[in-house]
Design a protein around this ligand. Structure first.
Ligand SMILES: Cc1cc2nc3c(=O)[nH]c(=O)nc-3n(C[C@H](O)[C@H](O)[C@H](O)COP(=O)(O)OP(=O)(O)OC[C@H]3O[C@@H](n4cnc5c(N)ncnc54)[C@H](O)[C@@H]3O)c2cc1C
Length: 400
């Protein structure tokens, strides 16, 4: 049986980052996880939350810990790109449009954290159009305030980041095994990891980084308190010419006031694997659900309702980009995974099994730092002084 010092289960954003850090000092690392399915609708295995071309990265957060996680990761993007030879980062800045009742408490908190942490931003009051010079192609209703965060805020390609982390880990000697784990059995001497192709692997320790699928397939000796929420996106197709014109368009956050949708995020247009160019927009919708079982999650990815709120989403994109012609809109389905503390869990579930899970909808941008923290815990390193340990430990949901 092939034996590793540590096996990382889940070759997604966090798992690939953990594998890169682990393999810096120990090449005997296994990473086990399936490749992206060719067809989401017919696939009946596990899915991931990084099958996309655009994620927002922004250090201006109302939460000091998220801000620090993101800033550390931003410092690594260039190194990862250079070592892997894969570009995934576009530092185009961020525009956050706030309702007329601004400043909302969240914005006040965000600005406090940004000031304390030295994150650059400019706030434009309603009627002050100063932000437009940095935001080609964008518009918001009259009366909205805007917070502009310059680079290094911007966009990352999550597929590219994942691929880059895996490539570096492999360059450092780690072994990538394309399979789905179907069981993890711990004994006094180590851990046996079984996969769907009939193989089994042995390790001294295991890091479970299976995203929204962490509680399925018998990966852990106990269930984690994770809550899963469906997440709907739309891809708004634009021409290659318009994409080139909007090369400097920032990423967007927008507190829209709409009965169907809220909490919009949007990326500038970028090329997708089908060769076309799309603006990606996502938001909460009134049809969001909270699937609890593997069957429910799979049903959502295969055929869930991502169409009911599509007209409202398309209308919002058109309103935010009034000078852009759209060739069509298609909806897409993803999932986000919440923890009780609101931060990812990096904690021992048993003597040899560490979990790294619970992206809370915000962990693509800082997956590198999260992987680094988990690798440090697995290797017995001290937790960094500038991050509290407690929010990353296992907590239960408040039942009140
Ligand atoms: C629509 C959408 C938009 C988002 N936008 C942003 C954003 O703008 N900015 C941001 O920072 N974050 C964003 N996020 C969140 C971010 O993508 C997630 O937090 C991040 O992907 C979590 O990383 P992960 O490694 O935990 O999970 P994943 O990236 O999902 O990786 C988990 C991996 O585990 C594998 N796996 C599962 N089960 C098994 C098994 N049994 N055996 C082996 N492997 C297994 C999967 O194949 C997958 O590769 C968004 C998420 C969604 C859904």
């Amino acid at each position: 049986m092939q034996t590793f010092s540590t096996i990382v289960i889940g070759a997604g954003l966090m798992g690939s980052a953990a594998a890169r850090y682990l393999s810096q000092s120990d090449p005997n690392i296994g990473i086990i996880g399936p490749a992206e399915p060719a067809d989401q609708v017919t696939h009946d295995g596990v899915y991931a939350s990084h099958y996309d071309q655009g994620r927002l990265t922004s250090a201006a957060s109302k939460n000091l810990i998220w801000s620090r996680l993101v800033r550390r990761s931003m410092e690594q993007y260039g190194t990862i790109e250079a070592e892997a030879g894969i570009k995934f980062y576009r530092p185009v800045g961020k525009v956050q449009a706030e309702g007329p009742h601004s400043p909302a408490p969240e914005s006040e908190a965000l600005m406090r954290v940004a000031q304390a942490e030295g994150v650059a931003y400019t706030r434009f009051a309603a009627g002050d159009d100063g932000w437009r010079a940095s935001a080609p192609g964008l518009d918001f209703p009259g009366g909205f305030w805007v917070i502009y965060e310059p680079a290094p805020a911007g966009m990352i390609n999550p597929r590219g980041l994942c691929q880059a982390q895996l490539r570096i880990a492999q360059q450092q000697g780690a072994t990538l095994i394309r399979a789905t784990v179907t069981g993890v059995a711990e004994d006094e001497a180590g851990v046996t990891v079984s996969t769907d192709d009939g193989n089994a692997y042995r390790a001294e320790k295991v890091i479970v980084a299976a995203g929204a699928f962490t509680n399925f397939n018998d990966l852990l000796p106990r269930e984690l308190p994770l809550r899963l929420k469906t997440e709907t996106i739309i891809l708004a197709q634009v021409t290659p010419e318009r994409t080139a014109e909007l090369a400097e368009m920032p990423i967007v956050g927008y507190q829209i006031m709409d009965p169907d949708i809220d909490d919009i995020y949007m990326t500038p247009p970028v090329q997708y694997p089908d060769g076309n160019f799309y603006v990606k927009m996502g938001c909460n919708t009134r049809t969001d659900t909270w699937p609890a079982t593997l069957e429910e999650v799979r049903a959502w990815f295969q055929s869930g309702d991502s169409e009911t709120c599509k007209p409202a989403m398309a209308a919002a994109v058109r309103a935010m980009m009034p000078d852009t012609e759209f060739l069509g809109f298609q909806s897409g389905r993803c999932i986000v995974c919440y923890t009780p503390s609101g931060l990812p869990t990096i904690d021992w579930v048993s003597e040899r099994i560490l979990t790294l899970a619970g992206g809370n909808g915000s962990s693509a941008q800082c997956s590198d730092t999260l992987g680094r923290l988990a690798a440090g815990v697995a290797q017995g390193e001290a937790w960094p002084d500038d991050l509290p340990r407690d929010p990353f430990l296992l907590h239960e949901w408040d039942t009140e």
